[in-house]
Design a protein around this ligand. Structure first.
Ligand SMILES: Cc1cc2nc3c(=O)[nH]c(=O)nc-3n(C[C@H](O)[C@H](O)[C@H](O)COP(=O)(O)OP(=O)(O)OC[C@H]3O[C@@H](n4cnc5c(N)ncnc54)[C@H](O)[C@@H]3O)c2cc1C
Length: 434
């Protein structure tokens, strides 16, 4: 891959677009306590929602992050909010039985409804908007599948989905690249970094302490709970919550063997010519498509830029190199954007799992919630909240995900050596329009 300098604006930043409006917070040097009721490792949505519950429940709570608060996916994502469960009901029923399958899908619906209520109740200003979501078919076979799925939604788990045939698609999106699609009217959008900032402020106001630049390097059992080692000292915690998702590392080898870190990449364009955004995105919905290497995109909250994302590489971490690949795809879909330049490019590691399900539970006495498979705005928030309730011993902490085994594979230790081959294979299938 090579970077093409001409595609970048003069003020290009290799950082998330969201950080312009919401820079990483300055939390100052935080004195680490010698002991604490609850230590949360990771300060994204999962960690902060768990911390909000435990702090409001009266437990002294310390959130530790290896980098700045919210540095991970929680301030890098596309801000698309969905029901987030990847395997369909039939697939889950074959694996786990119908009752569990329904319970898992019900959690996806609950998470979508709950996050809107949470943001409203907490009065978090984060451009939350129920704009609906368009899932567009990249070929006729995929469209037929979407239509069949829309017509056979299980009772009690309806989404309000509506089919958009090819000849009506222009009323949704200014491209002829797709063969039709379906609209999920309840899906929403937000500014992920403003949401994270609001959440951070509420966790701090509830009494939680957030320690940035404090990597947890080891966790061991100790009298009274667990001893967490950091370069700044040791902390003994009665309870521990692991909330590291795609950045899960050596201190938690059991979780690391179960999480597949996969790069997800985004660009923001420079502001579009007046009127063009409305022509290309008349409904303002968020969009994904049916390809195996999925693309996801939307307008910025001010409706001036396109924010465009996808899995364009297996492990590239230089945003200047991933940007041209994303821009090429954007221009293929919307040829009118052929002269548009890129103002921001960034990436983050999402946490996939071998069964494409999120996992929440307890291992070796430590709580964890992770593995949102690229769709974690609602699910990470919701399962983080539930995990916090579990730490408090509340019945409400239980979820439909409880009791599932968290699969790994022989010889897998956290480095996905198979990823480059999988990405190449899926890209080949997508290019052949399979
Ligand atoms: C480019 C991109 C686009 C995305 N788009 C969407 C989208 O549109 N919709 C959607 O639903 N989801 C999306 N996602 C996924 C979503 O952002 C994540 O699922 C979600 O933010 C996960 O939150 P989290 O709190 O579990 O993890 P993160 O926010 O990733 O936080 C994990 C934190 O753990 C910290 N950490 C790791 N190890 C340690 C350690 N040893 N000690 C201390 N701290 C540690 C890291 O520094 C990091 O800050 C996207 C992700 C990316 C990267």
């Amino acid at each position: 891959m090579t970077a093409d300098a001409d595609i970048f604006t003069d003020d290009f930043r290799a950082a998330p677009y969201w950080w312009d409006g919401t820079p990483r917070p300055e939390l100052g040097p935080v004195q680490l306590p010698a002991s604490i009721d609850v230590a949360v490792v990771g300060s994204g949505y999962t960690g902060l929602h768990a911390a909000l519950q435990t702090a409001r429940g009266g437990r002294s709570t310390l959130v530790l992050d290896a980098a700045d608060a919210g540095w991970g996916c929680s301030t890098r994502n596309g801000g698309q909010i969905s029901t987030s469960i990847k395997p369909d009901l039939a697939t889950l029923a074959r694996r786990h039985g119908m009752a569990t399958a329904r319970a898992i899908h019900a959690e996806g619906h609950a998470a979508l409804a709950w996050i809107g209520d949470f943001i409203a109740e907490e009065n978090i200003e984060c451009d939350f908007d129920v704009v609906g979501h368009l899932h567009a078919a990249h070929n006729t076979t995929a469209f037929a599948r979407l239509v069949a799925q829309a017509g056979s939604e299980p009772a009690g788990l309806e989404t309000g989905v509506r089919v958009v045939p090819r000849d009506a698609l222009r009323s949704e999106l200014g491209t002829d690249a797709y063969c039709g699609g379906v609209v999920y009217p309840r899906h929403a959008t937000l500014d992920p970094a403003r949401y994270h900032q609001g959440l951070l402020e509420r966790a701090l106001a509830a009494g939680a302490t957030v320690a940035p630049q404090t990597p947890v390097t080891a966790i061991a059992r100790a009298a009274g709970g667990f001893r967490l080692s950091t370069p700044r000292g040791e902390i003994v915690a009665r309870d521990v919550v692991i909330a590291t998702n795609g950045y899960t590392g050596a201190p938690t080898p059991w979780q690391r063997r179960r999480i597949i870190p996969i790069g997800s990449y985004m660009i923001a364009t420079e502001p579009l010519a007046p009127g063009l955004a409305d022509e290309l995105f008349p409904t303002g919905r968020t969009v994904t498509d049916t390809r195996r290497l999925v693309y996801y995109y939307r307008l910025s909250p001010d409706r001036r830029r396109v924010l465009f994302g996808g899995r364009v590489s297996a492990g590239e971490t230089d945003p200047r190199l991933s940007a041209p690949l994303l821009l090429a795809e954007l221009v293929r879909l919307f040829p009118r954007l052929r002269d548009i330049r890129v103002s921001h490019s960034w990436m983050g590691f999402v946490g996939y799992t071998f069964d494409t399900l999120a996992h929440v539970g307890r291992h070796d006495g430590m709580h964890y919630a992770m593995g949102y498979c690229g769709s974690g705005v609602a699910t990470a928030s919701y399962l983080g909240m539930r995990t916090g309730l579990k730490v408090l011993g509340h019945e409400d902490g239980r979820t439909g995900f409880d009791g599932l085994s968290f699969p790994t594979r022989p010889l897998y230790s956290g480095k996905p050596w198979f990823l480059a081959a999988s990405v190449a294979y899926f890209r080949w299938r997508d290019r052949l329009n399979l």
